[in-house]
Design a protein around this ligand. Structure first.
Ligand code: GZL
Length: 311
């Protein structure tokens, strides 16, 4: 008779999923953007499809809520824990608690800056530095014939988050190619439309000579477009706009000429995440890093692909 908490391949105690189902505890960042909504749907649909019992917790963009959720998952003896860390730092203590409880952890979407890689089995998500670099490289190419200076304002993602840190790094590396590119203002818009609009209003009041907006996600770019239009300017023409994600509303604005370029960041991590959950639960070896496949879009490309976009 196998004990109630049957040991799984990795020695952890099993959850209480009916019929031997794997029980996955998932702590989500929040519901701050179209990307996050699509990511949540992908995780929920994929868990159902895989027959994995999902315990889902929305942290409303607060790290303390994610830490609480992870502790709850440990207390409930789930089989596997997965989460998208809202910020990079401050996770070692709670991840050590999961490790001591022999519950494997998978990082999804965003990374942590822990030096101890034994605290998680794998990290599945985008290469944010590349997304920033591709955005900057497009701008350098697009403005090749401009004498400059080219004044850029930047709407950063959530302060301390991997996508904000890495996208800023990649974009900065790319535009360093030519000193005519100057970031004259840079501030967090918290990945939301509302904050992106608010900060862009402030940028427009402070600067009369904005040539380019680089927004770390579509939602902040869409909020900024509202501010730009309210100021009597034409987004995509008076101010060139580059964003990251390629969610439906962003792609529509790109097709409409209000955004000029989008670097894709796929939220559809669910299917690969569930495969990793099953492999980890079975004690099978998994790669430490799984990078999601992505591309970039111009206005013409957006018009072509919009009808068939999944999100
Ligand atoms: C990126 C993800 C970011 C998106 C934003 O993988 O963490 O968070 O770019 C979302 O839209 O809010």
């Amino acid at each position: 008779m196998v004990a109630a908490g049957a040991a799984c391949g990795d020695g952890s105690a099993g959850g209480e999923g009916g019929d031997g189902q794997i029980v996955l505890g998932f702590s989500q960042v929040g519901a701050e953007s179209g990307w996050r909504t699509a990511n949540t749907k992908s995780v929920q649909d994929s868990a159902a499809e895989a027959g994995i019992e999902l315990k889902f917790a929305d942290a409303q963009q607060k790290q303390e809520n994610q830490i609480k959720a992870i502790r709850n998952f440990i207390a409930q003896r789930v089989d596997v824990i997965a989460f998208s860390p809202v910020v990079e730092s401050g996770w070692d203590t709670v991840l050590k608690e999961a490790k001591d409880a022999q519950i494997p952890v998978i990082l999804t979407d965003r990374a942590v800056d822990s030096q101890d890689e034994s605290l998680y089995e794998t990290f599945i998500g985008s290469d944010f530095v590349l997304e920033g670099r591709l955005s900057g490289e497009w701008l350098v190419e697009e403005f090749a014939d401009e004498p400059g200076p080219v004044h850029i304002v930047e709407l950063q993602g959530t302060t301390g988050s991997a996508p904000a840190n890495d996208r800023k790094e990649g974009f900065g590396e790319a535009i360093a190619a030519d000193p005519k590119f100057e970031i004259i203002a840079s501030q967090t818009g918290e990945f939301t439309r509302a904050k992106g609009k608010e900060v862009m209003e402030a940028f427009l009041q402070a600067h009369q000579d904005i040539d380019v907006l680089f927004a770390h996600n579509d939602d902040m770019g869409l909020g900024a477009i509202e501010a730009i239009e309210a100021a009597g300017l034409t987004p995509g023409a008076d101010i060139t706009i580059i964003t990251i994600d390629a969610v439906r509303d962003g792609m529509q604005a790109l097709a409409d000429g209000k955004i000029n370029f989008i670097a894709e960041c796929s939220p559809l991590l669910g299917p690969q995440l569930m495969e990793l959950v099953e492999q980890v639960h079975a004690g099978e070896p998994v790669p430490k890093r799984v990078v999601t496949e992505e591309t970039t879009f111009t206005q013409e490309q957006a018009k072509e692909v919009l009808p068939t976009r999944e999100y």
